[in-house]
Unconditional design. Structure first.
Length: 197
């Protein structure tokens, strides 16, 4: 079968024109715009101008912001313990008016060496009915390795109160406080022992 030619007759063209004239355009005719050449200055977009004032990092911070101190200082934690002994005697002890009956110097020892020595010293002092003993730890060397995590100095200074508040020493110790300056200050502790029953 032969194909019919696809040309519109004059009658079909007139009918189509009549239909097209009776309709409205949905979109307005767009004008043809020629694109500029690739290397012309019109292809470069202008940079938007800053419409905000100058900003500096940290300009809105509060100067009185609290530091990020997660753990209280050792002096505060020891001083915040409730007084378990006679307040008058405690006041004399804090002012350095009571003399320790015995003392031990843990200066320069490692944790592994100091712990058993401290246990033996406190047990011997309790057995001898001593009430006030002095434990010298030293202030410790300040070593900052520059890392992101702060390192406490004075390992024994931080560890001794913990040891004294745990068994087997806890049952013998009544009160722990930092020593007066004449007995070592922050590098030593007064340990007030309980009476033997």
């Amino acid at each position: 079968m032969a194909r019919r030619p696809r040309h519109l007759s004059a009658e079909d063209k007139a009918l189509w024109k009549k239909v097209a004239d009776s309709t409205e355009r949905m979109h307005a005719a767009r004008p043809l715009v020629e694109l500029p050449a690739a290397n012309s200055p019109l292809t470069k977009k202008p940079q938007p101008k800053a419409c905000h004032p100058a900003f500096q990092v940290g300009q809105n911070t509060k100067p009185n912001a609290l530091p990020h101190d997660l753990a209280p200082s050792l002096s505060n934690s020891v001083a915040s313990q409730p007084v378990s002994m006679d307040r008058k005697t405690f006041g004399k002890m804090k002012k350095g008016r009571l003399s320790p009956e015995s003392r031990i110097d843990l200066h320069g020892m490692t944790i592994a060496q100091a712990h058993p020595v401290l246990i033996r010293f406190i047990l011997d002092a309790a057995a001898a009915d001593r009430r006030l003993v002095l434990v010298i730890t030293g202030k410790g060397k300040h070593r900052d390795d520059g890392g992101p995590i702060p390192v406490r100095h004075g390992v024994l200074r931080h560890q001794v109160p913990h040891w004294l508040n745990t068994m087997p020493l806890k049952q013998y110790v009544l009160q722990i406080t930092e020593a007066h300056l004449k007995h070592g200050g922050q590098g030593a502790y007064y340990v007030y022992l309980r009476r033997r029953r």
